[in-house]
Structure formats: C-alpha cells, structure tokens
Design a protein around this ligand. Structure first.
Ligand SMILES: [Zn+2]
Ligand SMILES: [Zn+2]
Length: 353
C-alpha cells in the first residue's frame, strides 16, 4: 500500500509498505477513507518532535472503515465507519479512569499514531487499543463532517470543557487557525454572553467574520481595548490561548480579569515566562494541555444533531497520490488554505475481507 513516510529531517515521501496486520487482540485495522494534515505533522517534518521515529507513516487525523478487529475489540466491527482518535489509551490505568487519557501509562499511551508508530496518511492504519480509539460515525454524518473529531475538534471540545464557561462570561479566544476555530465552535455551544476572537491574519479574521457573525473579531493591536469594551469586570472571564507565540501568551494573562481562568492549549516553540510579580493579586487560574481526547462519542452526536459543523474548514481536497502537493499548499498557507482533506484515490493494497 502507499504510505506517506517520515524519511528524515525535512523530508516526507510516499513509499510502498505492506498493509498492516493485527499485532494484539486489542488492535483494529482501518482502511483510511479520508485524512488530513495537522500542524503537528509539520513539526515532525521539521525535526522538532524528538519522539517521532524516522521510517514511520505520518498522519493522525483520519476516518475510515474497519477492516479487521482483534478478538478483544467489541465496540466496532468490520465494515463500520469510524473516527480514529489521535491519542492511544488503555482505558484502565489511573489516568484513563479519571479522563486524563493524554497521560495514559500504556507504552503506546498518548500521541503514538503517526509519531511513534505508523499513522494514517496511508491506505490502511493499525490502531492499538481500538476499543478506546475508534468511534462509530452515526448514519447521516459524512466523512468530511467527521474528519476532525479525533484531533483538533477533540482539542477544541476539551478546551471549552475545562474552561468552566458560564452564560455571563466574556470569553477571549486567541488564534483562529484550525484548532482555534474548532475551539470557537465548542465555546459557542456554551452560549457565553460575548465571544471575542483575536487573530492577526486578515484572511483568517475574515473567515471568522464571514462564518460566525455573532463573534467579535479583533487583531492583536486592539485586543486589550476590545476585550475591556466587551467585558463587565475589566477583562475576559475566560481566556483560551490557541496561538502559541510569546506575544499571545502575554496577551492571554494580560487580557484576563482578576480570578479568571486562562486555558493554554497552544504548543510553544520556546519556554514562556510567568511574571508573577506583575500578576500578583490577579489570582489567575492557569490550565494547560495536551488534549484528553475522550469525548469523541459526544462530539459525533453533536455533529449528527447539526450543532457542530467543521466542514467550512476544509478549503482544499487532494487524493493520497497528490499528498506532496497537499503538504506544499498547507505548509506554505497558499491559496487561503485552512485544512486539506486527503481521500484515498489509490487502488493498491486492497485486501480480501
Ligand atoms: Zn494534530
Ligand atoms: Zn491508560
């Protein structure tokens, strides 16, 4: 089968590999029908994910059809359409039992697919702990509608959940990239009094204005003023930082009112400073992540009910055979791209059921 492979720093390529086999009774083999590219894939390509193993198939955002299941997999059957969770987790350890699946103690726990083990920018993928990592896609929900459930939408849902949003709140979301927009969609479900999105790219700010007219959109220069105009208590009640730069980290705590919750979803290239003397008396609560991606069933239900729709994020579509071009467009942010969808347009690797 064809698999997009991490060959070495700066280099991915489409290579021929054997179709994966079940290795454990808890495994499933999924035929990938639609996948996507995530910024984390680019981090691997640039060598900034030390855990990533050269030779692995990349990709951790995908949906597909179950091809084979191990003897201990009971939640899905061959032929089922499923979402694949970015995180692998056992469901049994202390962290899993408390919903902290990102810190699952299993050797494959956490982000393994497309990082430490073969992922899903391929025709087939082996999913360990399939009982936890696969969710059936409801009838009537398309692959495109379900595509982001296991990764960026799971992240947005988790960020909104842990931020303890109340109906009276002003919520500031910093960053309107794909994960920022997924966060926005999940914050909207909580119906806070005001939602403000801060985004420096004009193109992305325009996207938010066009699709979500009830949201206040600002650039970084005016963010503090816009937040204070739209807040009842001198700052945002909740800040969710999804952008991941030094400036946005500072903005996150500066725009928060005293006793606010500041949720940091972003992944930074550098260490950040918490200037505690400057924020003394502000009594902020910081929450930081790593998504605990264990709400996929609930997310799929919300998609089926029409309450979450991420399809406008899919701005470009490619076949697996054109994946180099898909990366070029996504990596260089060409042509207004937000997310790409990659369908399986190859005929090789077909197995008998
Ligand atoms: Zn990702
Ligand atoms: Zn676990």
């Amino acid at each position: 089968m064809l698999a997009y492979t991490y060959i070495g720093k700066g280099h991915f390529g489409l290579t021929e590999k054997p179709v994966p086999e079940l290795q454990d009774p808890r495994d499933a083999i999924v035929r990938v029908t639609l996948g996507s590219i995530c910024t984390s894939d680019l981090h691997i390509k640039h060598g900034s994910v030390p855990r990533a193993v050269p030779g692995i198939t990349v990709g951790h955002e995908m949906v597909g059809i179950v091809e084979k299941t191990g003897a201990e997999v009971t939640n899905v059957r061959p032929g089922d359409r499923v979402t694949v969770n970015v995180e692998t987790f056992c469901g049994e350890c202390f962290f899993c039992r408390n919903g902290y699946v990102n810190n699952c103690e299993d050797p494959d726990g956490g982000w393994a697919l497309g990082c430490r083990i073969d992922g899903g920018q391929a025709e087939y993928v082996r999913v360990p702990h399939a009982g936890q990592g696969l969710n059936r896609i409801p009838d009537g929900v398309s692959d495109e509608q379900a595509l982001f459930t296991g990764d960026i939408l799971a992240t947005g849902y988790w960020a909104a959940r842990i931020s303890e949003i109340d109906p009276d709140d002003t919520v500031l979301i910093i960053g309107a990239g794909p994960t920022g927009i997924c966060t926005l969609l999940c914050v909207m479900l909580k119906s806070p009094r005001r939602i403000i999105v801060c985004e420096k790219s004009r193109e992305r700010a325009a996207f938010v204005r066009r699709h979500y007219p009830g949201v206040v959109v600002t650039g970084p220069e005016n963010c503090a003023a816009v937040v204070s105009e739209n807040s009842l208590h001198g700052g945002a009640d909740v800040v969710i930082e999804v952008a991941g730069s030094d400036d946005t980290f500072r903005m996150a705590w500066q725009c928060a009112r005293p006793n606010a919750i500041v949720t940091v979803v972003a992944l930074y290239d550098h260490p950040q400073t918490l200037p505690l003397p400057d924020m003394y008396g502000k009594n902020l609560t910081f929450k930081t992540g790593g998504v605990d991606g264990c709400d996929c069933e609930e997310i799929l239900r919300l998609i089926a009910e029409g309450k979450i729709d991420t399809t406008p994020l899919i701005t470009h579509r490619f076949g697996l055979s054109q994946i180099d071009e898909a990366y070029r467009v996504f990596e260089n942010r060409l042509d207004g791209v937000i997310k790409v969808a990659i369908s399986n347009d190859t005929q090789t690797g077909v197995t008998t059921p």
